[in-house]
Design a protein around this ligand. Structure first.
Ligand code: PEP
Ligand code: MN
Length: 337
């Protein structure tokens, strides 16, 4: 439930509502806005009788929110959330970020070389999987803790913040020691124990959309993280399963402006996993930025033909360099419009 106050409501009016909501057994969260204050009511598991509240001074109206998410919705938080990834701000609107790096960390040489190269081209963060969620158990599963150590070296050498995946609640502490932004992969979007654990840490989270998740399920998954107290969440569209098999997934770009309407959280797009095909990555990265994405996440590898995972969708160094030039021209043009 959301209680919308009159624009001339006083602090005493807001405090009185907080007391009544507490007496009712719920939590009140004031949400100051430029025009008026709203108060979110949290902790209820069904309809809340609003008679007592509507009688109180300063109350304009009560909105009953029947969605499975509240904290992530724009109703509860009209202003955009800006996520701070070790100094890189995501969600500012005027500045879109690029995350580049291999699918998986394979060796010190591979990750350091890539980090220095993407930084030189203007990337904002380095990605690389140490814990890899692979479809089959007989494929490369990642270097695990050793991979995190190599990422730390690459981060130090390049000065780039590190984005890497955490697959299990037990590893959140370990991955958080190394990562600046902890990624939840598509296969784990509804691993609720993992989401709850990530809600308890003080590091930002990149939550990828599940391959068959609806927008409502996606936002409800993000709600688990916010409900535990961590509001530093970036959503990421990475393609969904459809009848189409010509591409690895179907990139649902319309989710970008839709999420902007429904939520205050930033949203990024991963055109690499969305398409699975190197030649499609750059056009879709550019389309994502035009659609209003707060950034793109792109796989790049020094020798994609030798990559231990996702080589066919990984950009070569020259292709990444060209993409960064084109993105620079595109964003300059968009700012001038
Ligand atoms: C990845 O980013 O390497 C990855 C496995 O992505 P997704 O979870 O989107 O498949
Ligand atoms: Mn990958």
């Amino acid at each position: 439930m959301l209680i919308v106050m009159n624009h001339n409501a006083t602090k005493a009016d807001v405090d009185a509502i907080g007391r009544i909501v507490k007496e009712m057994g719920f939590r009140a969260e004031p949400i100051p806005g430029s025009e008026r204050t709203a108060i979110g009511v949290l902790g209820n598991h069904g309809y809340v009788d609003d008679c007592k509240i509507l009688e109180l001074p300063g109350v304009q109206r009560v909105i009953h929110v029947s969605k499975p998410y509240k904290l992530v919705s724009r109703d509860f938080h009209p202003d955009n959330t800006i996520v701070d990834v070790s100094g890189v701000k995501v969600g500012q609107g005027c500045r879109q970020v690029v995350v580049g790096g291999p699918c998986a960390v394979e060796s010190e040489e591979q990750i350091v070389k890539t980090a220095i190269f993407v930084k030189k081209c203007g990337a904002d963060m380095l990605r690389g999987g140490a814990f890899k969620p692979r479809t089959g158990p007989h494929t490369f599963q990642g270097l695990r803790e050793e991979g995190l150590r190599l990422l730390a070296i690459a981060g130090k050498e390049s000065g780039l913040p590190i984005v890497t995946e955490v697959m299990s609640p037990d590893n959140v502490g370990l991955v958080a020691e190394y990562a600046d932004l902890l990624q939840v992969g598509a296969r784990n979007m509804q691993n609720f124990d993992l989401l709850r654990e990530l809600g308890k840490i003080r590091k930002p989270v990149l939550l990828k959309r599940g391959m068959s998740a609806t927008v409502e399920e996606f936002l409800a998954a993000a709600e688990y993280i916010l409900a535990e107290g961590n509001d530093q969440v970036i959503l990421c569209e990475r393609g969904i399963r459809t009848f189409e098999t010509a591409t690895r997934n179907t990139l649902d770009l319309s989710i970008v402006p839709l999420i902007k309407e429904m939520s205050h959280l930033p949203i990024m797009v991963d055109p690499s996993h969305a398409t699975g095909k190197r030649s499609l990555v750059v056009p879709m990265a550019k389309a994502a930025l035009v659609a209003g994405a707060d950034g793109v996440l792109v796989e790049v590898h020094p020798e994609p033909e030798k990559a231990l995972s996702d080589g066919p969708q990984s950009l070569t160094f020259p292709a990444f360099e060209r993409m960064m030039i084109e993105i620079g021209q595109l964003t300059a043009f968009m700012r001038s419009c």
